[in-house]
Design a protein around this ligand. Structure first.
Ligand SMILES: [Zn+2]
Length: 337
């Protein structure tokens, strides 16, 4: 007897009327119109049955903190960072864990069972790191939670930035993060990428950096990230998140950049809901859409993903952990309709 039989399911590849047989926690058979005895049978009634969603870019330490201690008035990335800076000294581990666990419940309800979350390592107490490591332990039975050490205030710009990040990695954080466009100069931004890539190479960690999250076409840290991936042999282990400045870069430069990213095996994560909300805020009209060149990156052979990034926090007041909402916005902004 089967443990579970799902009938009349529609699959992501378009097949309809499909049965899915589950035995010992595994899918034993997927076939059309199977009738077999099972302990539990679910009639999908033509609805979609799909693997769970994956959110490759999130900030769980800030989620569900909307309005604390105030609301972002300008709607910009920079005011969001300043606002988060006001909130950080007020954070209590217990409240942070409670918010993160509440979000994990929302995620499960939306079929989202794997999340890569950045965690701010700028605070020397590493309160948020310890809190999210605890959340990771608690949700492990039902959510695959991966943590990125994210030096929100700039790994070079903030006092003790490098030491704090290394201590977070030692505590068990999985991925090296960064924010080169927030360092004081372009040169410092490039130096931060090089430094963080060397830390990743030495420690065997993956890399996922916030990269060029601005409308500034001269923000080109993705170039350094790709070059360093090749130099250090980290192909396939490195991700550039956001890369929004690419939307305003010179087309000739991008024609040279795309093959470099592809050859370096660097993945790119766009965050459509947040990119269209935070970018273009310094424009009058015409106002830029603020998302990276998704179809062009894909055509160049680059692995591209969409992330949620924020839900009800200093940067974005909406969202519910629904990756279909993310995909919906992404397809519109990138004109992939
Ligand atoms: Zn982010």
């Amino acid at each position: 007897m089967l443990d579970l039989l799902i009938t009349r399911a529609t699959l992501p590849d378009g097949r309809t009327g499909m049965s899915i047989a589950v035995q010992d926690g595994r899918i034993a058979e997927v076939t059309e119109g199977l009738a077999a005895p099972a302990r539990e049978t679910i009639d999908a009634n033509g609805m979609l049955v799909a693997p769970h969603f994956v959110d490759p870019h999130f900030h769980m330490d800030a989620t569900l903190s909307y309005g604390l201690p105030r609301v972002n008035q300008s709607g910009t990335l920079l005011e969001g960072i300043a606002l988060w800076g006001e909130l950080k000294p007020l954070l209590k581990a217990e409240a942070l864990i409670e918010r993160a666990l509440a979000y994990c419940d929302w995620a499960v309800a939306r079929g989202l069972l794997a999340i890569r979350t950045h965690v701010d390592t700028s605070d020397p107490s590493l309160l948020a790191v310890d809190a999210l490591l605890e959340v990771k332990r608690q949700v492990a039975p039902y959510i695959d939670l991966q943590l990125v050490a994210f030096p929100q205030d700039g790994v070079l710009r903030s006092a003790g930035g490098v030491d704090n990040l290394k201590r977070a990695l030692d505590k068990g954080v999985d991925v090296v993060g960064g924010i080169p466009h927030f360092e004081r100069t372009m040169a410092d931004g490039a130096a931060s990428v090089k430094l963080l890539m060397e830390i990743a190479a030495a420690s065997g960690k993956l890399v996922d950096m916030h990269c060029d999250e601005s409308d500034d076409p001269l923000s080109r840290h993705i170039e350094t990230l790709a070059f360093e991936s090749q130099r250090l042999g980290l192909q396939g282990r490195v991700t550039g998140s956001h890369c929004t400045s690419m939307h305003s870069m010179d087309n000739y430069y991008v024609s040279k950049l795309l093959p470099l990213i592809a050859e370096s095996g660097v993945s790119v994560i766009a965050n459509p809901l947040i990119n269209i909300t935070l970018q273009g805020r310094h424009d009058t009209y015409p106002r830029r859409r603020g998302m990276t060149r998704v179809p062009e990156l894909m055509a160049a052979g680059v692995n591209v993903a969409f992330g949620h990034d924020c839900v009800m926090d200093p940067w974005y007041g909406m969202g519910s952990g629904d990756m279909l909402e993310v995909a919906h916005m992404g397809l519109h902004v990138a004109q992939m309709t």
